[in-house]
Ligand binder design. Structure first.
Ligand code: F0G
Length: 466
């Protein structure tokens, strides 16, 4: 079955006043006519029952394409059957029940979709497999990206698989060591740029005007195509019972856009009968999208030409989402609006505590991912989410992506970096509400037993969930 006839698929400008259409093999990132964002338009037609049973049968298939949690859903993708696929068996990430995190949020139940279990430890792999495959189709020599670390690690890995030259651009001193280590090990050329992510993004967009260079940031619509398949994988894991709410962190907003596109296409195909509400959570110090959403609500008018006010100096310890000018905000706004979702931001303390609770589930994630649990707690408190509804939080990155943050939190040594403010170091400390510091114990049997006896007090008690 081929749902997407690739000869009918195209790249289309999302701007309502433009809507220009371009061929799949034109190397574009924005609309040449109006500079609007592009997206793949597929006009997919297929029988929903047949699709669901085909995707189910592939779970037991040894075929390499079927082993990938992205290419398993290839009927949704704008590639022909003989496309030169570059894959690391991405996707296939677990959906966990999280009882303690549910109690923390005051919910009856909560599920965590752990995209950090992808091959390079973040959700980026699901989009990188399609973007680097497209790079191969276009005959690109050099693939590049700007990154807060995860896109970089993912691109370096997929470029290595495809034997493509790869250059990644990161804001100097603002990327975790683990992410940097991955990019170096996979053989990517790492260019550290003075400035923040938004500066790097600006430079790289200028660079991509050169045709020999293929840009694979999420502005590239082929990235979004791979990333949207997580919607299908998640819903299949829910036996096609649509959750009431799906909550994602927001940085450059490609992920939010991709979830929105995935849900919408599955709905239009009849694979699901309603849409989950898609909520996006940012960090307080890097929340231009939440600010835009709040402004629109306050004005309570459906402004047809909303504008995002950039944050010049975004600040958050969740470095993955330290972004002041998110590229895909228009797509994300459309997704949130179409599904009746909300956009909010949470504090550094809420992120840190949410992350510790996810850790206590035996699951763990990187700081940016924990905005979800922090955001859900807030949405329940505000009455947006009913305690008995079905909620999925999307964890985007693995715990081991940023271990300094975690060990600092557990040793009460985590500080916000707002050094320019008049706040003292103590005032900048993030409280280790659920901290679990290592203990120094004498190397004697008695000393160790004594320590083990005292351990009960280390358990996180639900009553501490205020
Ligand atoms: N979570 C993690 C772990 C991320 O790495 C990112 C983005 C996000 C959430 C936000 O996703 O940008 O699609 O809204 N990281 C990018 C990078 C910016 O370069 O790795 P988004």
């Amino acid at each position: 079955m081929t749902a997407v006839a690739t000869d009918l698929a195209s790249q289309r400008c999302i701007e309502s006043g433009c809507g220009a259409q371009y061929g799949l093999n034109e190397q574009l990132y924005v609309c040449p006519r109006c500079s609007g964002l592009l997206e793949i338009e597929t006009n997919a037609i297929a029988d929903a029952d047949a699709l669901r049973s085909l995707w189910q049968s592939r779970l037991a298939s040894p075929d390499q394409k079927d082993r990938s949690g992205v290419w398993r859903y290839r009927e949704l993708l704008p590639f022909s059957d003989d496309a030169p696929i570059v894959s690391l068996a991405e996707g296939n990430t677990p959906l966990y029940d999280a009882q303690r995190a549910a109690r923390y949020c005051r919910l009856s139940r909560l599920k965590l979709k752990h995209q950090g279990c992808n091959p390079t430890g973040s959700f980026k792999d699901t989009g990188m497999t399609t973007a680097v495959t497209q790079a191969r189709i276009l005959g690109a020599r050099t693939v590049v990206c700007a990154s807060t670390g995860n896109t970089a690690a993912s691109l370096a890995a997929y470029a290595a698989r495809a034997e493509l030259k790869c250059a990644i651009f990161v804001p100097r001193g603002q990327v975790s060591q683990a992410k940097l280590a991955q990019s170096l090990d996979y053989g990517g050329a790492v260019l550290e740029i003075d400035g923040n992510f938004d500066d790097v993004m600006r430079v790289i967009r200028e660079l991509a005007e050169d045709e020999s260079i293929y840009l694979v940031n999420s502005i590239n619509p082929f990235r979004i195509e791979g990333q949207k398949t997580v919607a299908a994988e998640l819903l299949q894991q829910c036996a096609w019972q649509v959750p009431d709410h799906v909550v994602v962190p927001g940085g450059n907003l490609g992920n939010s856009a991709a979830f929105g596109k995935g849900f919408k296409e599955l709905f239009e195909l009849g694979v699901i009968d309603c849409l989950p509400r898609l909520h996006v959570v940012q960090a307080d110090g890097a929340a231009p999208f939440a600010e835009l959403f709040a402004r629109r609500e306050q004005e309570s008018v459906e402004d047809s030409s909303p504008t995002l006010t950039p944050i010049k100096h975004p600040k958050t310890l969740a470095t993955a989402i330290k972004i002041g000018v998110p590229v895909s905000w228009k797509k994300a706004l459309r997704a949130v609006t179409q599904t009746g979702g909300r956009v909010l931001s949470v504090s550094e303390q809420e992120i840190a505590d949410g992350k510790a609770i996810i850790g206590r589930e035996g699951i763990g994630c990187e700081p940016a991912s924990a905005t979800t649990v922090a955001g859900i707690k807030r949405l329940v408190k505000d009455g947006v989410i009913d305690p008995d509804e079905n909620v999925v939080a999307v964890l985007t990155g693995h715990l081991l992506k940023d271990t300094d943050y975690t060990t600092d939190y557990h040793q009460n040594k985590l500080y916000t970096q707002d050094r320019t403010s008049s706040r003292s170091k103590e005032e900048r400390r993030i409280a280790g509400t659920f901290s679990n510091p290592p203990a120094r114990v004498r190397a004697t049997r008695a000393g160790i037993l004594e320590h083990l006896k005292s351990l009960e007090s280390h358990q996180v008690e639900d009553r501490s969930f205020d």
